[in-house]
Design a protein around this ligand. Structure first.
Ligand code: GLT
Ligand code: MN
Ligand code: MN
Length: 412
């Protein structure tokens, strides 16, 4: 092949993207409760050890492009768009008005706001350290985020306490820091009740997001399960207002099975928001686009969610690789992530109504009908052939995933 000069490269990528097929219309995409984070779209590829590979984009660019793609909802940290020095000051309302205008112009809604309690120097010792002034500042930040959320019409607030922890041992009192962290959440909920009442709006759903490592070495609330324990531990004044925003990859990072983690959250009635992405077990937070690494596992996860009535928000918390250009972020990364999600969601629907899977599942639940009392060996013998269905169900799911039930098409 001839070299592809710089001025021909975008056209080549666009043509091949088009040839991939499988894209949904913006209208179809908008039917799903899919949300796109400002920080994900604006990420310049500058993770630890790396220089940025992309140029900055504004929130206006992000919202406009989300609107074109058919991503119906936008979410943001308090400080993604509003410089932290302006938070709670006059500059904040001026920026919020500009955000609102962009959202209106492009038919996008704000679904969620989240407080950044990790990046700013003030959070060097985390969001709930010894210093009462820092804790008062954290409370101000979460209260102010609640205000921003209500102004922008959001329904959800997310908190990621990744900096609640330590690098070196000896200085941290875990009991106290957990109580202090609860204090910040309590401040957010109390402000929410006040503002919601004043505005005649429902209160927000406050969702905790766990990640087992990064940026601290040891994290006090490292998993969704740890957070469930925290929510019901008695330290929150409004535990009914606090639930979870699990992230698919964050559960893999500690070696968990995301589907089982989500099942536990569903059982507790706390699965309220979900960050969708992909990556590898026991590795750092690579935030790869949903379905690029573990499509079969994702199919299983979506079957669980569909059959338990969870319809979103599905938050595209992934990061385009450093090799993707600014143009590629909106022409390839976001639309293809949405389309993989929708396809897997539809296949999950097919799998849930698949006659083979359904009959196999029903047969497994029916058992053998042979009552052998307390004779374990006889019970096992009587069920032996039925249990082969486990493997058959797995085969059927892979068939549905890869379209193998339709036969492989060979193009001449
Ligand atoms: C940070 C984290 C994400 C969280 C964001 C919400 S912050 O980017 O790695 O997984 O969803 O605060
Ligand atoms: Mn996340
Ligand atoms: Mn992540």
């Amino acid at each position: 092949m001839q070299p592809v000069p710089p001025n021909k490269q975008q056209a080549l990528v666009d043509r091949l993207t088009e040839q991939c097929g499988g894209a949904y219309s913006p209208e179809t995409r908008r039917k799903h409760f899919i949300t796109g984070p400002q920080w994900a779209a604006a990420y310049q590829g500058q993770a630890l050890f790396y220089a940025p590979t992309r140029t900055p984009v504004t929130f206006e660019d992000v919202i406009r492009e989300f609107g074109k793609i058919g991503i119906g909802y936008w979410c943001t940290h308090d400080s993604d768009v509003i410089p932290s020095a302006q938070l709670g000051k006059d500059g904040q309302s001026e920026i919020i008005a500009r955000i609102q205008k962009s959202l209106n112009d492009h038919g996008v809604k704000c679904s969620m706001v989240t407080t950044e309690t990790f990046f700013h120097e003030v959070f060097a010792a985390g969001p709930a350290p010894e210093s009462p002034e820092v804790r008062e500042y954290s409370a101000f930040r979460v209260r102010n985020t609640v205000d921003i959320g209500h102004e922008l019409g959001a329904q959800y607030a997310v908190y990621w306490p990744g900096s609640l922890g330590y690098f070196v041992q000896g200085a941290i009192d875990e009991m106290q820091q957990l109580r202090w962290y609860a204090g910040a959440l309590n401040a957010a909920c109390e402000r929410d009740i006040e503002v919601a009442k004043k505005k005649g709006r429902p209160t927000l759903k406050h969702c905790l997001e766990a990640k087992p490592f990064e940026p601290q070495a040891e994290i006090l609330l490292p998993t969704s399960d740890a957070m469930l324990g925290f929510i019901s531990s008695g330290v929150l004044t409004h535990p009914e207002m606090v639930g979870l925003n699990p992230e698919y990859l964050h559960e893999l990072m500690w070696g968990g099975a995301p589907r089982a983690a989500l099942a536990r959250a569903l059982l507790a009635g706390k699965l309220w928001h979900l960050d969708i992405n992909d990556g590898y077990r026991l590795k750092h937070d690579v935030d790869i686009g949903m379905g690029l690494v573990n499509p079969l596992d994702w199919l299983n996860v979506l079957m669980l969610l569909r059959s338990n009535g969870f319809n979103g928000p599905f938050n595209l918390d992934f990061k385009a690789p450093r090799t993707t250009s600014n143009h590629g972020v909106f022409s390839v990364s976001f639309p293809s992530a949405v389309d993989r999600f929708i396809t897997l969601w539809e296949i999950a629907g097919d799998a849930l109504t698949d006659p083979i899977i359904n009959e196999a599942t029903a047969a497994l639940k029916a058992g053998s009908g042979v009552s052998a009392g307390t004779d374990g060996h006889a019970i096992a013998e009587a069920n032996k052939e039925l249990l082969t269905l486990h493997e058959l169900i797995a085969h059927r799911l892979v068939q549905l995933l890869l379209g193998l039930h339709r036969g492989r098409k060979i193009f001449a």
